[in-house]
Design a protein around this ligand. Structure first.
Ligand SMILES: NC(=O)c1ccc[n+]([C@@H]2O[C@H](COP(=O)([O-])OP(=O)(O)OC[C@H]3O[C@@H](n4cnc5c(N)ncnc54)[C@H](OP(=O)(O)O)[C@@H]3O)[C@@H](O)[C@H]2O)c1
Length: 260
């Protein structure tokens, strides 16, 4: 059976690693045309080659920094040169930086989180919406987090940023009602990607400890979900989806196997 996503144009931000890279490969398997962006262009180009190998009919990459309006506009211009319509926009670029309590946190970390997870989603959506509003059945899928739904110590800015993403998703769905554009949020719990390595600024031991003794989600688990959300029939919108490891019943309730 031919996939509903075959030959559809799929734009993915933050495609150089983790969920974004796995999504590029997974949409490739469906025969999609994937356009990828992130700051590490070399990594994005490798992912594009993997997507082609997986079955993508087009896969290309362009440098993208969602924290800068001008960079987003340049990226959108590059997209427009390739297609006059976007079928799926995955606003995935983002992450957490630091786990300090508010009393000790740094401005640069707060700014990274707000610029990427909040303003980045707004900028990318504004820039690419003209290619979507006349394309009923197209989908905007934002990557949120359980952090946007439940606060935790050391997570004030990240939780605020992802709560912001959730409300942007809800407001956009209201604004776009009647256009046929679907707006969804997929909100994962613990997933082992480069997320914790970035949060702990390259400290691999500390990053590994986050997942110690439990079975986290993989990037492929999320990619599979994104393909499912995007491939529902045009009249079906998956508004909000929370996806967590079985070992993580709640933000603070994680089952860990001890070795002894
Ligand atoms: N892993 C988890 O446990 C988890 C759980 C819930 C939600 N999330 C969310 O899922 C999304 C993807 O994270 P991940 O787990 O796949 O982590 P990841 O492997 O660190 O991937 C993050 C991606 O975002 C990109 N990015 C960061 N800043 C950017 C910027 N200014 N402009 C463009 N791209 C940027 C990175 O690329 P460059 O560095 O090359 O720019 C990278 O491709 C994030 O929004 C994260 O908050 C993750």
């Amino acid at each position: 059976m031919i996939s509903r996503l075959a030959d559809k144009w799929i734009v993915i931000s933050g495609a150089s690693s983790g969920f974004g890279a796995a999504a590029a490969r997974a949409f490739g398997v469906e025969g999609g045309k994937v356009l990828l962006g992130a700051r590490r262009l070399d990594r994005c180009k490798e992912v594009a080659a993997e997507a082609i190998k997986a079955g993508a009919t087009v896969a290309d990459a362009h440098v993208l920094d969602v924290a800068q309006t001008s960079a987003v506009e340049t990226f959108a211009k590059w997209v427009r040169a390739k297609t006059d319509k976007v079928d799926v926009l995955i606003n995935n670029a983002g992450g957490a930086m630091g786990l300090e309590k508010v009393a000790d946190a740094k401005d640069a970390d707060w700014e990274f989180m707000m610029q990427t997870n909040v303003l980045g989603v707004l900028r990318m959506t504004r820039a690419l919406l003209p290619l979507m509003v006349n394309n009923p059945g197209s989908s905007i899928i934002n990557i949120g987090s359980i952090a946007g739904r439940t606060a935790y110590e050391g997570g004030a800015a990240y939780c605020a940023a992802k709560a912001g993403e959730l409300q942007i998703t809800r407001a956009l769905r209201l604004e776009l009602c009647g256009t046929g554009v679907r707006v969804s949020t997929v909100d994962p719990g613990f997933a082992e990607t480069e997320f914790s390595l970035v949060r702990f600024k390259g400290d691999a031991t500390r990053a590994k400890k986050v997942y110690e003794g439990m079975i986290p989600l993989t990037a492929e688990d999320i990619a599979e979900t994104l393909v499912w959300v995007a491939s529902r029939p045009p009249h079906v919108c998956i508004d909000e989806m929370v996806i967590k490891p079985t070992d993580q019943a709640a933000v603070h309730k994680v089952f860990r196997r001890t070795s002894s």
